[in-house]
Every structure is written in C-alpha cells, then in structure tokens.
Design a protein around this ligand. Sequence first.
Ligand code: PLP
Length: 485
Amino acid sequence: MTTSAISAARVADLIGPAAGDGPAYQLIADRLRLLIADGRITVGTRLPSERDLTGALAVSRTTVSSAYAVLRERGYLTSRRGSGSVVSLPVGAVRRDTGLHLSPQVPEGTIDLTCAAQRAPAGMTRAAEAAIAASPGYLSGSGYLLNGVPELREVIARRYTERGLATTADEVLVTTGAVVGMAIAVRALLSPGETVVLETPTYPNVFPTLDQLRARIAAVPVAPDGWDVTTMAATIRTSGARAAILLPDFHNPTGSLMSDEQRAVVARALAREGITAIVDETVNEISLDHEGPLPLPFGAHHADTVSVGSASKSHWGGLRIGWVRASGPTLERLAAARVPLDIGAPVIDQLVLLQLMGATAGITDERRRDLISSRDALATALRHRLPQFTFVLPSGGLSLWVELPEPMATEVTLAAEEEGLLIASGPRFAAAGGLDRWIRLPYVLSPEELVEAVARLERAWVRVAAGSPVTRRGRTEHSLGPLVA
Ligand SMILES: Cc1ncc(COP(=O)(O)O)c(C=O)c1O
C-alpha cells in the first residue's frame, strides 16, 4: 500500500479544539479514531510527527505521545522505522475507506447494511448452465473481446432504445462493472487537474479515480427531495468543468429521481458550457412504485453524454458486468482507456447476463414486491422507534437516506457496530466534506432483519445521544461534521 502524508495543520483542523471533559490525550485519540474509522483519514496515511502535531494543536508533547500510544495499542496506528506513524485498522475491523469489507467475514450475528445490493436472483444456476450450452462457440475463440460479447451488446443497446435513447450495439462497451466503467470514462475524458461537477452526496467509489487525476471538484448538493436545478445550472455555468458526474436515476444514496424537466434544465446548462455528462445509471432499473413513465435517459436530453450502466442492481453484483454507452468516436477513446485496467470482461459472465436479460432486462416483479416490503418495513420501524430521524420515502433505488437530529452520524455508526449493525455514514458519500448528519440504510435484507437492525440502531442512538463514553466524551460545539474539508 502506498503511504500518503497529512499535514499537522490539516489533522488539527479535523480534530477541532482539544478541550472537553476528560484528559486531552484521550479526546485526541477518540477524535482520530473516528476520523480513521470513517475514512476521512485513510488507512496507509502517515500522521504528522508528534512534535508537529504538538505545535498545531497547542498541547503538550506528552498529550500527543499518549494519544498516539492509545491508537497504537488499539491497532489504529503502526509505527514503522523511517516512515513514522502510519494509520492502520485493528485486525478483523471493517475497513471503511472504500466502504467495502477488507475480508468477506462479517462477525456471526452482525447485520451488514454497508452494501446496497441483493443476493443473486432465483434462476441464477439455470442461467449459468444455459449460458455455456447456448453459446459453445465462444469456447473455441481466444475469449479476448475488448468491447464485449456482441449479442450482449445488442441486448443492452435494445434496452436503451426501449427507454427512449436510440442505440446501436457498436455504441456499447461491456465492462467489469460500473465502477470500472466510471473509471474508464473519467480517465478517458478528464486530464489531470481539470474540474468535474460532482453531486454531494454521491456514490463514493469514483473518488479514488478523481483523486488520482487530482481533479478539482465543483460540488452540487442533492437534497433528500432531489436537485435544485437552478442552483445547479449556476454552478455549472461558473465551474469551468470538463465533465459532470451525475446519478439522476434513483440516485445513490438519496434515492431521488430527476424529472425530465429537471434533466432538460441541467442538459441545457451543460450544453452551453460544452461539458460532457458522465451518468452513472447503475440503479435505473430499480423502479419500485414510481407513478407514470420513467424519465428519459439523460443521454436523450444531452447528446454529449457517456452513460454507465451495470447488471449489479438489476441482476447480481457477483457477475461483475457493466457497460458504457457513448457515440462512436467517444466509444473508441473509452475502449483505448480501458486497456490499462483490463482488456475485456469475463465472457462466461457476459453469457450468463445475456440469459438473464433475455428473461427480463430489469428486476422481476417478485423482486420488486420483496423490495417494497423491505423498504416499507424499514420505514415503519424507523418511524416507530426513531421518530426523530427523518427521510423521504424513495420510489426506487435500494436505500433510505436518513437524517439525524444532530451531526453525529460517525458516532452512531461506530456505536451501531458495537451493537452488531454495520452501516455507512454520510461523510462516506460526501464529495465536499460534511454530511455527518446522515446515514444510509439499504433495504436489501428481509423485513425481519431490518426490524432487528432498527432495534440495534435505536440502542446505538440512545447511547450516543446520552453521551456515553468514548464516542461522546469531550464533544464540543465543533462537532466532527462541519470540520471536514
Ligand atoms: C451508483 C452506483 N454506481 C456503481 C455501483 C457499483 O457498480 P458495479 O457493481 O457494477 O461496479 C453501485 C453499487 O452500489 C452504485 O449504486
């Protein structure tokens, strides 16, 4: 793992005033632990030297040494000769800097709601068997298909055409999932140091690609009830951006759906500035009870759009199949940009998806019914047990974006882990810092499991709100949320 450094001034800023109840070293250790656990200081980061942090925090050297000692003892810091104190995570801890688990092992009895994805659909085994039986011809070829299995590209193109965006197979590139699709699009379209319009909150796995390119971010907020497109158009106008990354289809994490009228306003603003839209449509098939026709794909409003899709939500994440849709010349650039990442998606998995999409391009009615029951059970349990938490019930997507009465999401997330519930807190989705008032609760488990999850969340909330030890000790007016840059 590469080691990056963080300045003493920045760490001091994130920690906030080191005053409160209890010893200062404990307070500093607690704050650092929260920042590490939440991913705002990522694993592998070299913390400033004790001497530098002592100066930046205006505390004694012993205070900082003791804080580092506590973190070392608890597994959050590793001291390496020559490279100082490097952030780590205790063995067996969930790693939150990517929002994904370091190991697939979640402790027995723990409810894992960090991932807004469902188990494989019924019929998976049959589809896998049929896939090879139906297309044995592929086995005698090399298996290297840079742009994807032609029949699958056809089916994906047809789905775009059905949704209102005329598409041919040669405008489709099959990828290993949408995260790779987004990385390909961003790398192909953005030069280092350029600006990108980015929603906040947004789906966070695009952050590392943007970081690598040292992209500047022009953030546009997405509220629980969606986009303020007037403000968004103004930001777009002054951004000087090269591209805009948008999730208008059951936006993850808010679940919001951008209407056609809103899409038209945003598209006009982008067209005026010559900005390419990179649209992550991963969740677009998860329409649960949206009334009336779904909006047109963003690309039908703005020709200069690269659409990124995936089978992960409509069918199964384990297939690792996604795609990118773009006009001919752009698609060629994208195909070239994929080469450093991969040179084609797995053929067998593409054939399995071909079978599944042949049965239904979106989710089955049974899945839709299950998701609605789970969503409603989660919403009812929250209203009953945690009425001070608020949310807008989405008509699609896979999660509730829940607002807490105070910016304590990080602490609630840590306390929830101690209660046997893993969730993702708002800062994880923040493109421009903050969002410590939010948590994301996916409704991807059974109603019974979700009711139990809310019981655990309530216990966590009660502890945090009562100022229980460790996480609450020493809180000041400067809560962690607003201090995040
Ligand atoms: C908006 C969005 N993009 C991308 C992904 C990941 O997609 P994939 O599994 O196809 O890489 C997800 C999954 O949660 C998502 O919600």
